[in-house]
Design a protein around this ligand. Structure first.
Ligand code: ATP
Ligand code: TYD
Length: 237
């Protein structure tokens, strides 16, 4: 496969067109950002750890019947994915309260949420990704009613699969964000699943092993991501 021009440089990944019009290459960079890009640092090895961890998780999701954009690993920090028409909406599921919901609703961190709660955000950094509801998404034409339903169903299906996978690794899946896109008439998961886009706590100590280490300046960010990969059984060599 030949990598052609750069299509888009996101905060943590660069997307390239390829000689296959249906496939893109994602390059996972070492850049780490928080607060809508206000805090950015380079963390050595992060691109590789995330690329390999993401591939491992995408394969678990596919095995559980969830269709994703993932095609194959291309190199240590690159993957081939299906080219999607992205829906500009972020889907968040929360099993335990943490992050923005605590500030927004004044609830304490660490409450178990039964049922797990669900939120939509508009993907718009300049407006700090405002929370939107299903009617906003349909009324402004960001996605249809059926697409909204599909995003919700698939985001919860990911929860069922990954809560169990992480539990076996001694980890609590606190919350996560997913994006979707259209591919040949279907709504397909079009995001990475790594410690950059979810919260993972040690099940016994509740130590944070995700991007909150970066957001909160706790240090040991990549070491925590490697610990997650190690516990899952991801091959990092
Ligand atoms: P974040 O997702 O954390 O808000 P970002 O938008 O800067 O940050 P990156 O992960 O750095 O995201 O960049 C990836 C970009 O590529 C995103 O805009 C995403 O929508 C897009 N993208 C990812 N997978 C696909 C795909 N399969 N087809 C088309 N675009 C994709
Ligand atoms: P949330 O608590 O809403 O935001 P914050 O990251 O500001 O604390 O995030 C919930 C989960 O979704 C968390 O694991 C981070 C992830 N997320 C992203 O990775 N990117 C985003 O743009 C959003 C809104 C959430």
């Amino acid at each position: 496969m030949k990598i052609l021009n750069e299509l888009y440089a996101g905060k943590a990944k660069t997307v390239y067109e390829t000689d296959d019009s249906e496939r893109l290459v994602l390059r996972f960079r070492d850049d780490t950002s928080a607060f809508d890009g206000a805090k950015i640092e380079q963390l050595a090895r992060k691109g590789m750890v995330n690329n390999r961890t993401n591939a491992f998780i995408m394969e678990k999701l596919e095995a559980a019947g969830i269709v994703t954009h993932f095609d194959r690993l291309l190199s240590a920090n690159e993957a081939v994915v299906k080219r999607l028409d992205m829906i500009p909406i972020e889907c968040v599921v929360r099993n335990i309260s943490s992050g923005s919901i605590c500030k927004r609703l004044g609830v304490e961190e660490g409450l178990t949420l039964l049922p797990p709660t669900f939120e939509f955000f508009l993907k718009d950094d300049a407006r700090h990704d405002p929370m939107v509801n299903e009617f906003h998404i349909r009324s402004f034409g960001w996605a249809s009613e059926d697409e909204v339903a599909a995003m919700k169903t698939q985001t919860f299906a990911v929860n069922d699969c990954l809560k169990a996978l992480f539990a076996e690794a001694g980890l609590l899946l606190v919350d996560y964000k997913l994006e979707f896109g259209r591919y040949q008439g279907d709504v397909v998961l079009g995001d990475e699943f790594t410690a950059d886009g979810c919260r993972l706590w040690d099940a016994k100590t509740r130590e944070k092993l995700d991007k909150d280490r970066f957001r909160q300046g706790l240090g040991g960010v990549v070491e925590a991501y490697e610990e997650v990969a190690h516990r899952l059984g991801v091959d990092l060599d």
